[in-house]
Design a protein around this ligand. Structure first.
Ligand code: PMP
Length: 389
């Protein structure tokens, strides 16, 4: 059976062009960009080239706005803790939407344990942030507000420009986690009014092991990692040149190919949604139209998501059931609960995320496998006799 990989939100292959570009840093070029000799200067040059390419993808004011980190999680931690702790003199309040990734929510919860007030903004049943509530909770004591560009579990795209206006009208900072959106949707930090923005290398088809935080000129952060003072003192530690060079090249390719690729995936997404919703007891989760072009998230009554994932794998089709990052716990996803699903409904979720390897010809095989899986699992479902829908 040919593999059909539909879990691009969890991990994706490195683009062969990216590997070709960066592999010399795995094979033989091992310079440290802080060294002043020629081998070090070569690495420094590549680091700065990558910074420029990432800045160009998001229309940053200059390459100096990009701070490389080891992951999107680390960039989120730096944005949240860095802004909150550096600006503690202004106040001790932080704000996020209730559907943020755990790498935003957990640092905020830690701040809360240390005396900060955490305000979580609710979302509606499609995952759209409640803008009125946002406006109400922001005060002059709010040091950072974090709203994601698009949600990785339900695909919903948030109105960042409107959100930024609300936050900026109160003179506050906005952090945007664009991990799931970058490479699929255009990002323009200046036009969208973003002060801090998180990116992940692998989500752009770059290597694992790099992330980036855009920091608008003038925004002050306290570093989380202390040491040799790399990355303008905001992220100490010798840079992972292979991953960073790869991230830069991946950003350059994404900028060039995004519009066409997103259009192609959108066509496949809509066809798959249409076919899957024809299955009895299938419901779309997330927004019907304001959603990522490659993202299909749905739920099936009377079924548990873990068994869908395992059954689909028997067809050599890889899907996910929600947050890959927290799938070790059997707790229902906080995102699905936030959009109003009951526990048993949230357990029946399936997420398909498309990418460069997927072809329109795969649709009938995918739809058949989903249909057969749902039918088989429903017959076995312990929920069947409990009248749950
Ligand atoms: N933010 C979002 C929206 C994500 O989907 C993820 C996971 N890919 C992260 C942050 C964290 O990324 P990582 O685990 O690569 O640090």
């Amino acid at each position: 059976m040919k593999k059909i990989y539909l879990d691009y939100v969890s991990s994706r292959p490195i683009d062969p062009r990216v590997l070709e570009f960066a592999k010399r840093f795995l094979e033989h070029d091992y310079g440290n960009p802080s060294s002043l000799h020629s081998v070090g200067l070569d690495a420094k040059h590549v680091l700065e080239d990558a910074r420029e390419k990432v800045a160009e993808l998001i229309n940053g004011e200059s390459e100096k706005t990009i701070i490389f980190t080891g992951s999107a999680t680390e960039a989120n931690n730096l944005a949240i803790k860095g802004a909150a702790l550096r600006n503690i003199g202004k106040g001790k309040e932080v704000v996020a939407s209730v559907i943020e990734h755990i790498s935003v929510l957990n640092p905020m919860k830690e701040l809360q344990k240390n005396g900060f007030t955490l305000n979580l903004i609710p979302v509606d049943s499609t995952g759209m942030v409640d803008l009125e509530n946002l406006e109400e909770v922001l005060t002059k004591n709010t040091t950072v507000t974090s709203i994601m560009y698009a949600n990785n579990e339900i695909g919903t795209i948030e109105p960042i420009k409107e959100i930024s206006k609300i936050v900026h009208d109160k003179g506050l900072y906005l952090h945007v986690d664009a991990t799931a959106a970058a490479g699929y949707l255009p990002v323009d930090v200046q036009a969208q009014g973003i002060d801090l923005l998180t990116l992940s290398s692998n989500d752009l088809y770059g290597p694992q092991g790099a992330g980036a935080l855009y920091v608008k000129p003038g925004v002050k952060l306290q570093p989380v990692l202390l040491g040799g003072g790399q990355e303008r003192g905001l992220r100490s530690g010798t840079e992972n040149i292979f991953a960073i060079a790869g991230m830069g090249e991946a950003a350059r390719i994404a900028k060039e190919e995004m519009a066409q690729e997103s259009e192609r995936l959108k066509g496949m997404r809509d066809k798959l949604i249409q076919e899957i919703l024809m299955i009895e007891g299938a419901y779309l989760t997330g927004h019907p139209t304001h959603r990522l072009p490659h993202h299909i998230s749905c739920r099936f009554s009377l079924i548990e998501g873990e068994s869908i994932l395992l059954n689909m794998d028997l067809y050599n089709i890889q899907v996910s059931t929600g947050s890959a990052c927290s799938s070790k716990t059997l707790e229902p996803s906080h995102v699905l609960l936030a959009i109003g699903l009951k526990h048993e409904e949230a357990h029946g979720s399936m997420v398909l995320t498309l990418g460069r390897s997927n072809k329109v010809e795969e649709i009938p095989t995918i739809v058949k496998a989903v249909g057969e899986t749902v039918e088989r699992l429903r017959k076995l479902s312990p929920l069947l006799n409990k009248g749950v829908v």
